[in-house]
Design a binder for this molecule. Structure first.
Ligand code: C2E
Ligand code: MG
Ligand code: MG
Length: 635
């Protein structure tokens, strides 16, 4: 049974919640909290409605569950006061409907129930009612509970709003973060690109700093570093190594006569050849100009290094074909073995350099292994150099003349002028030594010119059919004024050009041969005779004989020396004599000392002999006596 209780107004409740009843306009105000009062008893609804409206609420009435649900469909409420017992739908049923759509936070429901229905209250609370009040309604309690629920709802809505705002802000933030991340990724990529470029540039710079641009080989800097590394490695592991210092012979004249482009091309080809000649793991560098150096690893015995040196010399000597020219260079190699004391890279390289220098002064195209007294020898060389300069300055070089005897007439046909240097401390210094030194230090031009002039002057005083032979060094051909020098010597002495012979060696064919041949032709055109000296030594090739119409071929004394027994020498002498005859050239056998040698060269049709068997070189004042009677061979 349903009992109807009146809801009593209570001002204490109004005070309890601290609300000013007159503070809010009761009239339609959008801000007023909207209540839905559901009760099947009209009076109950009316009382509540009035009292709540007086408190500033907007109240709507529903006379039953169905009406209440319809109203809820159409309008929005802030709170529902729901009677538990109604004829159409029970309060619990209405509650179930409401909760199927609205949560406790969004639409609070306060159950209005009789005191006796306590189990219903429990059920209602467990099904989503927010609170309950009992009938007869104590309005102050009702108001307090409504206020609590409305406040709570507001707070929840606020929280919800704030959550929404937060979510929105979050979303914006996330977008911003995503954008920023994208930007960062891009910037990062750019940076990485830049770093890569920079690293590449750095690598290029390092490469350039350590390599020779022309040949692509490592430069001195890199070589020193590699040698240092190799030596410290050796100290740790005890494996042996050798340094080979290579310097080209005659490269300068290729540069001078054919230009730098040809020189560069040759160096490039040469670098390739050297690289190919090495074992994997060995190191090679270009130290500058025409200097190269090699680190040879695993050298147990010196002969392993010398074998490589010989192979390199052979490789370098085979002709290069550049711009249609066949170019030939030689090489001198110094070897230093990293044994015992030589642990220091600079020291080892210097030792190899010194050995190379020695190899060069001893005649080029050869290798030499460093020995510890090189330092002393180098000092001696420097002193010799100074002494030679002084001798040239004071004009103390002399000339001796060695007769050349015509084998048909038995008479002296001419003399070869040979330089002599008698040093107060050293005594007689052999020309093979000081001429090579003069070539190296650039004194050969002065010396050669003086000898030529003086020899011409002295020969002018000899009988009219007597010739004078003067040696010309290949270096003199490079100076550019050799033709003028010869002309001048002839003119100032008054010597008839046909009485002058110049002797050249095969070395002039090795470097800048075309320009050298031109100079030679110009000298020939003056009427001067040209002899090929020391034929058969050095870079001997019969083709040289065809490249110029020589008047005379002088067979080197190393072939004459083993005559007549030496089979190959005999064959060579025979061949050269035959060849010269076919060209219409004369032949001179040099260094004839014995009757046997004399007989052999005579039998082969040699035209002249120059050797101790007739006379050693003599001073100019002894010549008149030699010319009086025919010379007799004396062994
Ligand atoms: P070369 O032009 O072949 O001169 C011949 C050399 O053989 C001379 O040596 C001479 O003394 C030597 N000789 C001659 N007959 C005999 C012999 O029967 N037995 C032996 N054992 N030797 C003999 P020298 O005077 O010592 O000259 C050596 C080289 O130095 C010359 O060889 C020449 O290439 C060079 N030379 C000398 N003077 C000059 C010069 O004024 N200018 C240039 N550019 N070179 C020179
Ligand atoms: Mg000579
Ligand atoms: Mg000779």
């Amino acid at each position: 049974m349903k009992t109807h209780h009146a809801i009593l107004p209570s001002s204490t409740a109004e005070q309890a919640i601290g609300r000013d009843p007159g503070g809010r306009p009761a009239a339609a105000n959008d801000d007023r909290p909207r209540l839905l009062i559901v009760d099947d008893v009209f009076e109950n609804r009316e009382i509540l409605k009035r009292r709540f409206e007086r408190q500033g609420y907007h109240a709507t009435e529903a006379g039953g569950g169905i009406e209440a649900l319809e109203l809820l469909e159409r309008e929005t409420f802030d709170l529902v006061l729901l009677d538990m017992m109604m004829p159409d739908l029970s309060g619990l049923e209405v509650l179930a409907h409401i909760r199927s759509k609205h949560s406790q936070g969004v639409l609070p429901v306060i159950m209005v129930t009789a005191k006796t229905q306590s189990e219903d209250v429990v059920e209602a609370l467990s099904h989503g009612a927010n609170d309950y009040i009992t009938k007869p309604v104590d309005f102050s309690v009702a108001l307090a509970r409504v206020v609590t629920q409305i406040e709570r709802r507001r707070a929840e809505l606020k929280i919800h709003e704030m959550n929404e705002a937060l979510a929105q802000a979050n979303e914006v933030l996330e977008h911003r973060v995503a954008d920023r991340t994208k930007e960062l990724v891009h910037v990062n990529q750019q940076l990485r690109c830049e770093i890569e470029q920079r690293e590449q540039t750095q690598a290029t710079i390092t490469h350039l700093a350590h390599h020779d641009a022309l040949t692509g080989l490592g430069n001195r800097l890199l070589f020193n570093k590699e040698l240092g590394d190799a030596l410290s490695h050796r100290q740790r592991h005890g494996s042996d190594l050798a340094v080979l210092f290579i310097d080209l012979d005659g490269f300068k004249s290729i540069n001078d006569t054919l230009g730098h482009a040809a020189g560069d091309a040759l160096l490039k080809h040469l670098a390739g050849r050297l690289r190919n000649a090495l074992r994997e793991g060995d190191k090679i560098g270009r130290l500058g100009g025409d200097e190269f150096a090699i680190i040879q690893f695993g050298v147990g015995q010196p002969h392993e290094a010398t074998a490589l040196a010989q192979r390199l010399i052979d490789t370098i000597q085979s002709p290069f074909s550049i711009d249609g020219h066949n170019l030939v260079v030689g090489a001198s190699i110094g070897i230093a073995l990293a044994e015992g004391d030589y642990q220091d890279a600079a020291q080892l390289l210097r030792a190899a350099d010194l050995a190379m220098y020695r190899a060069k002064t001893e005649g080029r195209g050869r290798f030499l292994v460093f020995e510890s007294d090189f330092d002393r020898q180098m000092k001696e060389r420097r002193e010799l150099e100074a002494a030679l300069r002084a001798a040239v300055e004071q004009d103390r070089l002399e000339i001796h003349y060695q007769p050349q005897v015509n084998l048909q007439t038995g008479r002296i046909s001419g003399f070869e002028a040979l330089s002599r240097w008698r040093d107060p401390q050293r005594g007689n210094v052999p020309p093979s030594l000081f001429i090579a030194l003069a070539e190296e230090i650039g004194l050969i031009g002065v010396i050669g010119e003086r000898i030529l002039k003086r020899a011409c002057v002295e020969a002018a005083g000899w009988p009219p059919d007597t010739t004078v032979a003067v040696n010309l060094s290949a270096a003199q051909f490079q100076s550019g004024d050799l033709v003028a020098v010869v002309k001048d010597a002839l003119a100032s002495s008054g010597l008839e050009p046909g009485r002058l012979e110049v002797e050249i060696t095969e070395s002039i064919f090795l470097q800048g041969s075309e320009s050298n041949l031109k100079v030679l032709s110009q000298i020939g055109a003056l009427g001067v005779k040209i002899s090929m000296d020391d034929f058969g030594t050095g870079y001997s090739s019969l083709s040289y004989l065809r490249s110029f119409p020589f008047h005379k071929i002088k067979i080197d004394r190393s072939f004459v020396h083993d005559l007549p027994e030496g089979q190959s020498s005999a064959a060579i002498v025979r061949a050269v004599c035959g060849l010269a005859r076919s060209f219409g050239a004369a032949t001179t056998a040099e260094g004839v000392e014995t009757d046997g040698q004399l007989m052999y060269v005579r039998s082969e049709g040699c035209t002249e002999v120059q050797g101790y068997i007739y006379s050693k070189p003599v001073s100019a004042d002894q010549i008149p006596a030699l010319l009086v009677v025919p010379l007799q061979p004396t062994e």
